[in-house]
Design a binder for this molecule. Structure first.
Ligand SMILES: *[C@@H]1O[C@H](CO)[C@@H](O)[C@H](O)[C@H]1NC(C)=O
Ligand SMILES: *[C@@H]1O[C@H](CO)[C@@H](O)[C@H](O)[C@H]1NC(C)=O
Length: 508
């Protein structure tokens, strides 16, 4: 009897202790473990996929920095209005550093929602979390307050230097001359594609110009997602639907144009790229690669990654071809291949091909050094590379996205020259300074985790619209020939969207 009891006790101990950091034993403490994030207030904070974090702690109150595998289970349940079981699709993403992201998506409105977080069938932190108020589907139109109230509620950062910098030339804007001038400058024979948007009484209107206007769906979807959650100020703006920034700073008057990509030679107002915007809206939906999944899908620890530069992509720019040539000269340092030929002619394909099959983005992180080279403009994969478990080598570039100016070389990434002339040297430096390279990778990842999550993509749009609305001096009105773009209606079968947040003050 006695030995049985001891054996059981030992087995229990064994499951709770793991080997962490070179033999030191830490005991996982389920009560000290922290659970936090917007997904714990799903009744108040709505995202397409809600998410929260679990950080493991030991009994001494120290963060645990190793994975405890898939022993953490999260289950979320609730009732629909009709009283049936509410289906909530839940995922636990292991960041392999002692922390986990939990995300979940429901297409229905759920009541009596309970979030259970279990480790070997024991509750973690304050689990179970009970949510009193209804948890609305992202598809419900329930704006609950103005933009500032919403930003406070979700905890947006308060300072956006890039927005200040971009809007500085526009202290007061009368929009009538702006739209006239934009038509003259950019709409010659449909040369450029852009849209003029108006938000009035929280409704979306637009008129687009040019031949390739399909990309307006990203802005439509973002605006709809925002109007479902908050009341936007009345605003009017122009967005550029092309890759290249448009505004020549030497041509007066300077035009305020919102673009996905900026450059040091142009004066466009940048906003999050359509790529990161779609990844936010379609989290757990249409896209598989997003800024949450990229943090978890490669378990290869730093020590086991290959100490080589890695790159895959299309032939969008000469330096990408040069990288292939460099990789052939230094195969021990660089593994690079083109996956598609599109921009250059056949003889280029013969020289730099054959093209290689795509490999999963998550496999990129089998390698320590991720090479980031511009495509036609900034490479929109950069935030994903930062969020993986490697370190990013970034080509010097005049192009930037909305967050690049927050980053510093040798702190968040390792820079190399635009013509790649020092790339080999930089790779060799990283090989002989492994701790430093690793730290840069960790700092870049931390930046991404704290600044490029779905919340932050909404916050950037919100801050930009807020600042912009202060500068618009002309009255915002729906212009002739503008189309109303209605918010897609939530399908009935997904449950009701009667918003108690909208109606509550009427009931009082
Ligand atoms: C380059 O990377 C791919 C994907 O990891 C791998 O299959 C291939 O063997 C590598 N090539 C060399 C020469 O190491
Ligand atoms: C193909 O493109 C390359 C690079 O732009 C150029 O040097 C070469 O002359 C072109 N060859 C043909 C046959 O057009």
């Amino acid at each position: 009897m006695k030995s049985w009891c001891c054996l059981v006790y030992l087995l229990l101990l064994f499951t709770l202790y793991r080997d962490v950091n070179g033999g030191k034993k830490y005991k996982l403490d389920l009560k000290k473990t922290r659970v936090f994030g917007p997904g714990l207030q799903p009744d108040k904070i709505v995202y397409p996929a809600r998410y929260f974090f679990i950080q493991l702690y030991d009994t001494k109150g120290n963060r645990i920095e190793k994975s405890f595998g898939d022993a953490l289970k999260v289950q979320i349940e609730g009732d629909t209005n009709q009283g049936s079981y509410c289906r909530v699709w839940t995922q636990v993403l292991d960041r392999h550093d002692g922390s986990y992201i939990v995300r979940y998506r429901s297409y229905q409105t759920c009541r009596n929602t309970v979030i259970h977080i279990l480790y070997n069938n024991q509750h973690v932190a304050d689990s179970p979390y009970k949510i009193e108020d209804p948890v609305y589907s992202e598809d419900c139109y329930c704006p609950s307050g103005d933009l500032e109230t919403w930003s406070d509620l979700v905890g947006c950062r308060t300072s956006f230097p890039q927005i200040q910098r971009d809007l500085e030339p526009f202290p007061e804007v009368d929009f009538d001359p702006v739209i006239k001038e934009a038509q003259v400058r950019f709409n010659q024979a449909g040369a450029r594609s852009f849209c003029n948007y108006v938000i009035k009484d929280n409704k979306v209107y637009r008129r687009c110009y040019g031949q390739h206007i399909g990309f307006n769906m990203f802005m439509d979807n973002m605006l709809h997602s925002m109007t479902r959650k908050m009341t936007l100020p009345d605003i009017e703006f122009i967005i550029n639907l092309g890759d290249w920034p448009l505004v020549n700073p030497k041509v007066k008057p300077l035009l305020p144009i919102f673009s996905w990509c900026g450059s040091e030679d142009t004066a466009d107002i940048v906003m999050p790229t359509y790529d990161i915007t779609e990844a936010t809206l379609e989290n757990m939906g249409r896209v598989t690669l997003d800024l949450l999944s990229v943090q978890s899908n490669n378990a290869v620890p730093w020590e086991a990654k290959r100490p080589q530069g890695f790159w895959r992509g299309r032939d969008a720019r000469q330096e990408r071809l040069d990288l292939i040539a460099l990789a052939r000269q230094h195969p021990h340092l660089i593994n690079a291949s083109l996956t598609n030929f599109f921009f250059f002619n056949k003889s280029v394909e013969e020289k730099y091909g054959p093209k290689e099959k795509h490999i999963s983005f998550f496999k990129f992180f089998d390698y320590k050094y991720q090479i980031n080279i511009d495509g036609t403009v900034a490479a929109y994969r950069f935030p994903y590379l930062l969020g993986g478990s490697s370190v990013v080598f970034k080509q010097d570039s005049p192009y930037y996205e909305f967050f690049y100016h927050d980053l510093q070389p040798y702190v968040h990434y390792i820079p190399f020259k635009r013509d790649l002339s020092d790339l080999i040297e930089k790779l060799e430096w990283a090989r002989s300074n492994d701790d430093k390279a690793r730290l840069i990778g960790q700092t870049g990842r931390k930046y991404m985790q704290e600044n490029l999550m779905p919340r932050d993509v909404y916050c950037y749009h919100a801050a930009l619209f807020q600042e912009w609305s202060k500068r618009l001096k002309s009255e915002v009105r729906v212009r002739a020939d503008m189309e109303h773009i209605p918010v897609p209606q939530n399908e009935k079968r997904f449950g009701d969207c009667r918003c108690h947040r909208l109606t509550r003050h009427d009931e009082l």
